[in-house]
Design a protein around this ligand. Structure first.
Ligand code: GAR
Length: 194
């Protein structure tokens, strides 16, 4: 099975979806969670991961210089021998050192079409611009901000969503389905190249 290192900074709802998929869902035969890591030792998602019987690790990024912090995170993650590093609400821009350490093996989920929106606050952006739909994107991470090759997208209908909370609710539902599915497809493809 492919070993996943899941990285989060906060709530961890995407992590829960991935862990559930690995334990009992579409990733069951394909992947296992090697570690859930956070740059915030007190992130709610870390406690949730522990409750789901996942190994956890953390290192506070507070006040740390990026390259140096990332080098330490790479060392921590390597101990778990991950095949894929899966960013799930990991709210940090990765340094080139980090990206090169796991080149082509880092995935991210972005709650918008990365061709149209990059960075933070994607649901606010969709809501404020009154978009009729938005596209959740799973992509490989390269050295740019949300610029890596797209692996999968899912359109979310936003018509009639009159509050930001409703936009987020619809988007997150799609995120939770899309991430595990995109990962399953990638693992299957990389095992059985066409
Ligand atoms: C998710 O909506 C995720 O797509 C987004 O943060 C949220 C984390 O929620 N990520 C980004 O905006 C990355 N730029 P979660 O902790 O419940 O998975």
């Amino acid at each position: 099975k492919a070993r996943l290192a899941i990285l989060l900074s906060g709530r961890g709802s995407n992590m829960v979806a991935l862990v559930t998929a690995a334990q009992t869902g579409i990733l069951r035969e394909l992947a296992e969670v090697a570690v859930v890591f956070s740059n915030h030792p007190d992130a709610p998602g870390l406690a949730t991961a522990a409750a789901l019987a996942c190994p956890t690790a953390s290192l506070s990024s507070q006040g740390r210089q990026r390259a140096e912090f990332d080098a330490e995170v790479v060392e921590i993650l390597r101990q778990y021998q991950p095949d894929y590093v899966v960013l799930a609400g990991y709210m940090r821009i990765l340094s080139p050192t980090f990206v090169r350490a796991f080149a082509g093996r880092i995935l991210n989920i972005h709650p918008a079409d990365t061709h149209l929106h990059q960075g933070l606050h994607a649901y606010e952006w969709a809501f404020e611009n009154q978009l009729a739909e938005t596209k959740i994107t799973v992509h490989l991470v390269d050295e740019g901000l949300d610029t890596g090759p797209v692996l999968a997208q899912q359109t979310v209908d936003l018509r009639g969503a009159t509050t930001l909370a409703e936009v987020e609710r619809r988007g997150l539902l799609a995120e939770h389905q899309l991430y595990a599915k995109a990962l399953a497809e990638l693992i299957t493809k990389e095992r059985h190249p066409a």
